[in-house]
Design a protein around this ligand. Structure first.
Ligand code: NDP
Ligand code: 2IT
Length: 466
């Protein structure tokens, strides 16, 4: 049976079986993705990266092509779009657009964050939900992939406005989610504060206190170490990559972008492991502190960003260091770069600058912060490159640990969660090596994509055409 299909694929003609059309080359498949999702550039790039990695595997295992698993995997199971009306403190009416992209539930209930940012649109959320599907698979935990959010800008809003927006958003979303169906969490612009308001409204509407959301405050059933998990996990992953190449973080200079949840705790764990963190940023600019952050400076950043909701330029004023207005961190000399702000923040020129300034390791705390051209520069120059779906998976992994604790009505200690997080990041690293080992080096992108793909695809085959 397999041989027959293999012959058909090599015939270079579209393979027709039972009315389904499969694809005889990456090119024809990707053209079809482009045509079906016009203008969705971010989604297309995310799909292309995965397909480039897994195509060889598909050719060796025609069962995937025969069952048209690629087309099934690139079509979200469900997309929900809805109106979010709310009033500001002056009584003016505003309308935002809310979304939940429930991408794939083959290995578990839909799971992924909510993003509140003016740039949110369907393309970005489909890309993030697609990535999330493979990331969640890589964690080895039973969670499917989703993403959601709204084109709402939390900046400059009062506490009451944030609460009213969250309540209105959840008043629509609550009917589609549940602890065994879809479990949202935070992302850009959605932190413990917003999760609290969203969860409160869900509880009120459903009359159930359950594990429908993760990233809750510890008093509301949140897991200890969830706030730290993405940043800590990122640095644990970097440590694994360095150790596999007989290196360590001790004494290394680390450039970090962003100053939100992921960046803060990536900086904290880098400090714990002996790194020198020289930069942080926000959408207005970057601070360059050649002496490096310490615990006191980091406490200042957390207060500035999480309580005061100020700008990172205030760090430069307080500690009398360089502020690079409207500039990124990628011209700063460093050994390790950790982009932790948003997608596409490192382009090809930035990548060349990083390499020329001595950077040897890049790991993505954000989702796809490195543009495809930048990734090529890193690979050509033999840098260690940790793709987001592996390197930043610690956040969603601890979210799943929060679900587990909620369903058992218990709370694990910080130390217990930390040990599990380290084990998970180490397992993800091992999977990347298993599937990404090449002649002299490890292609972590290929390793992560193949490992993530196999589990989801096999589960889909087991469950039939649904
Ligand atoms: P936060 O909202 O806490 O912080 C985001 C940071 O990135 C802020 O410093 C923000 O600056 C900056 N930023 C956001 N958008 C832009 C932009 N368009 N241009 C420049 N800077 C920008 O978000 P998180 O730290 O939670 O998320 C950061 C990244 O990590 C995202 O890519 C997210 O998808 C990813 N991620 C998050 C996880 C989590 O658990 N939170 C898990 C895995 C990945 P400003 O305040 O000026 O907007
Ligand atoms: O991109 C991500 O992995 C997240 N924003 C975390 C998702 C989650 O469900 O914890």
């Amino acid at each position: 049976m397999e041989d027959k299909f293999k012959t058909n694929i090599l015939d270079k003609s579209a393979l027709k079986t039972n009315g389904t059309v499969n694809y005889n080359s990456i090119g024809t498949f990707l053209t079809r993705v482009k045509e079906k999702n016009p203008g969705e550039i971010e989604f297309y790039e995310a799909v292309k990266e995965v397909i480039d990695s897994v195509w060889e595997l598909l050719e060796r295992h025609p069962k995937y092509l025969h069952s048209n698993i690629l087309e099934r995997l690139t079509e979200p199971e469900r997309v929900i779009m809805f109106r979010v009306p709310w009033t500001d403190d002056q009584g003016h009416v505003h309308i935002n657009r809310g979304y939940r992209v429930e991408f794939n539930s083959a290995i578990g209930p839909y799971k992924g964050g909510l993003r509140f940012h003016p740039s949110v649109n369907l393309d970005i959320l489909k890309f993030l939900a697609f990535e999330q599907t493979f990331k969640n698979s890589l964690t080895t935990l039973p969670i499917g992939g989703a993403k959601g959010g709204a084109d709402f800008d939390p900046k400059g809003k009062s506490e009451a406005e944030i609460m009213r927006f969250c309540q209105s958003f959840m008043t629509e979303l609550y009917r589609y989610i549940g602890p065994a169906t879809d479990i949202p969490a935070g992302d850009i612009g959605v932190s413990r504060r917003e999760i609290g308001y969203l969860f409160g409204q869900y509880k009120r509407l459903s009359n159930e206190f359950n594990g429908v959301m993760t990233g809750k405050g510890a008093e509301s059933g949140g897991s200890l170490l969830r706030p730290e998990a993405t940043g800590y996990g990122l640095v644990y992953f970097v440590n694994e990559m360095l150790q596999a190449h007989n290196k360590s973080l001790e004494g290394q200079t680390v450039a970090i972008s962003g100053s939100g949840n992921v960046a803060q705790f990536a900086a904290e764990k880098s400090l714990h492991l002996g790194g020198k963190v020289v930069s942080l940023s926000d959408s207005d600019g970057t601070i360059y502190d050649p002496k490096g952050l310490d615990e006191e400076k980091l406490t200042f950043v957390k207060h500035l960003k999480n309580e005061k909701r100020g700008r990172i330029s205030e760090y430069a004023k307080k500690y009398d260091v360089t502020y690079l207005e409207n500039q990124t961190a990628w011209n700063i000399p460093c050994d390790i770069a950790l982009p932790c702000a948003t997608e596409n923040e490192i382009d090809e020129q930035d990548a060349i600058a990083l390499v020329e300034n001595g950077c040897r390791c890049v790991a993505e705390g954000a989702n796809k912060p490195c543009q495809p051209g930048a990734v090529q520069v890193f690979l050509k120059n033999d840098l260690l490159f940790g793709p987001g779906k592996a390197a930043n998976a610690g956040g969603v992994a601890v979210s799943q640990l929060e679900m587990a604790q909620n369903s058992m009505h218990t709370q694990w200690s910080r130390a217990e969660v930390d040990i599990k997080l380290q084990e998970i990041m180490s397992n993800i690293h091992s999977k990347c090596i298993t599937h990404g080992e090449a002649d002299r080096s490890i292609n972590y992108i290929k390793g992560a994509n193949i490992a993530g793909f196999i589990k989801v695809a096999d589960a889909m085959l087991q469950q039939g055409l649904v």
